[in-house]
Design a protein around this ligand. Structure first.
Ligand SMILES: Cc1ncc(COP(=O)(O)O)c(C=O)c1O
Length: 474
């Protein structure tokens, strides 16, 4: 009985998540994700192992307390996530309807990753309708067991061509594509070491961690630090440099040429995640590597079909040996029902369309630069992003949420607050994602509304930060 009571007490302590207190604002996203996903199961497992006697509290309460404790902690920190229920009327984007308990609210979307509005492109929606009439909805199986349609095959051909590679493989999401690719690299490349950018996305971090191979984390976009890490490894050892082209939260762009040079010098493979760049950069929309003329020098590209291409799904593209290895060994690809052929048909049309419409990309970049300039002119602390992403620095989770709510409730502008763990604590932002469909009038409305919210909440303008603090804006 005593053991049982001890267990109960321990469990209650556990619900207060003492481990959460060990996070700090200086952590990289790599470190934060690793802690965040590890602490609960680990503690619980340790406690259960030593317990054999009957638990003194009812079993559903025993478990629910643990979930409630975590949720309460998240709420106390102002980072509880509340989903908006949106009706995105076809043809109206970026206008939408926010369905609230008190009625319909017309809003302007300023945080969508439907970066180019392709989800409502008439060619894409028509291709989807044609496919559904022709073939129905579901894939009907894994890729190996009846789940490969003509659309999957053609989409993969189109993506391989986009990236100037031999081959491509489509998955159900960009997240799965990253996990599957890294899983294969971990299995195939003996004793591989991953060299991972400190700000890599959760799907890359989890993908590498799952392989249980060594990981060396280099400072964000810092090729000198990467070189120091590479020097530690034998030239004959398998190694993969894992990074993104455009970082989705701060909008920074990787020094791709320098990374390629190092990969050649130290005999490393390169894996670039172009999730926030495909469709948007380069002559045909293949990403930053295309824009820089570096497509041939990168070994493996992963991308999404759910952001600029406006549909859903993800993919990996590389030489035929690598893609064949992923196809043949990645568990989450092999044992999962394939993407719906309807979605594959939509993606196919979207990829084809964007290949031949560079003017959409030009307008996108123009809108982004216009917003940045207008915010700067008002002293709003917009981070100096080199991409289409416009992060407005707030630096406090509760104020960030309040600013977002004010924009929505008083100005009908929807920008989701971005808090921990998506960004490190103390680096909370309002992340604006412009599209080519935002008009000049919408842009003025946005900038004026942000200015009013900054005034009413007494938020710090750029000039009110010290030079030291302003480093974060670079
Ligand atoms: C850098 C990066 N990679 C991969 C993904 C996952 O892509 P998807 O949304 O298609 O799962 C995301 C999603 O936001 C991302 O930001």
């Amino acid at each position: 009985m005593r053991v049982g009571i001890n267990l109960h007490q321990k469990t209650l302590q556990h619900t207060k998540c003492p481990f959460l207190k060990t996070f700090n604002i200086n952590m990289t996203s790599e470190q934060a994700v690793s802690k965040y996903t590890k602490f609960c199961p680990y503690l619980h497992y340790k406690e259960m192992k030593s317990e054999t006697k009957k638990c003194p509290i009812e079993h559903s309460q025993f478990y629910n307390n643990q979930f409630k404790g975590v949720i309460q902690q998240i709420k106390d920190e102002g980072r509880y996530r509340e989903f908006k229920s949106l009706l995105r009327t076809n043809g109206e984007f970026p206008r939408a309807i926010n369905k609230t308990p008190t009625g319909d609210q017309p809003i302007t979307l300023w945080c969508s990753n439907d970066y180019l509005g392709m989800s409502q492109n008439p060619m894409v929606t028509q291709a989807t309708k044609n496919a559904i009439d022709l073939t129905g909805i579901g894939a009907g199986g894994t890729r190996n067991i009846g789940g490969t349609s003509i659309y999957h095959v053609e989409l993969e051909r189109e993506l391989a061509d986009l990236h100037r590679k031999d081959s491509a493989l489509v998955m159900n999401s960009g997240y799965v594509a990253n996990m599957a690719t890294l899983d294969t690299l971990g299995k195939v490349l003996k004793d591989v070491t991953f060299l991972s950018d400190a700000k890599n996305h959760a799907s890359l971090i989890e993908g590498m961690r799952a392989t249980k191979r060594d990981r060396l984390i280099f400072k964000h976009n810092d090729y000198q630090d990467l070189e120091q890490k590479l020097k530690q490894l034998d030239i004959q050892q398998n190694k993969v440099i894992v990074f993104e082209s455009v970082y989705s939260m701060n909008g920074t762009v990787a020094p791709i040429q320098q990374f390629i040079n190092l990969a050649k010098k130290y005999n490393a493979l390169t894996l670039i995640d172009e999730v926030h760049a495909v469709g948007m950069y380069g002559e045909r929309g293949a990403g930053v590597t295309e824009k820089l003329g570096l497509q041939k020098d990168i070994d493996i590209v992963t991308g999404t079909l759910g952001k600029a291409f406006g549909c859903s799904g993800g993919y990996v593209s590389a030489n035929s040996e690598i893609v064949d290895a992923v196809r043949s060994t990645a568990s989450n690809f092999i044992f999962s029902t394939s993407m719906s052929p309807i979605i594959a048909a939509a993606c196919l049309e979207s990829v084809k369309y964007l290949k031949s419409h560079p003017e959409i990309r030009e307008r996108h970049q123009y809108v982004a630069s216009l917003i940045k300039a207008k915010l700067k002119s008002k002293g709003i602390p917009a981070l100096n992003s080199a991409s289409h992403i416009v992060p407005v620095f707030i630096g406090d989770p509760l104020l960030c949420k309040e600013a977002s709510e004010k924009l929505l409730n008083e100005y009908n502008i929807y920008i989701q607050p971005i808090n921990y763990p998506t960004v490190p604590r103390g680096q909370e932002i309002l992340r604006i994602s412009p599209t080519p469909l935002h008009t000049e009038e919408m842009i003025d409305e946005l900038v004026n509304s942000i200015e009013c919210v900054f005034k009413s909440l007494n938020l710090k303008l750029e000039s009110q930060y010290t030079a030291e603090q302003r480093v974060i804006f670079q």
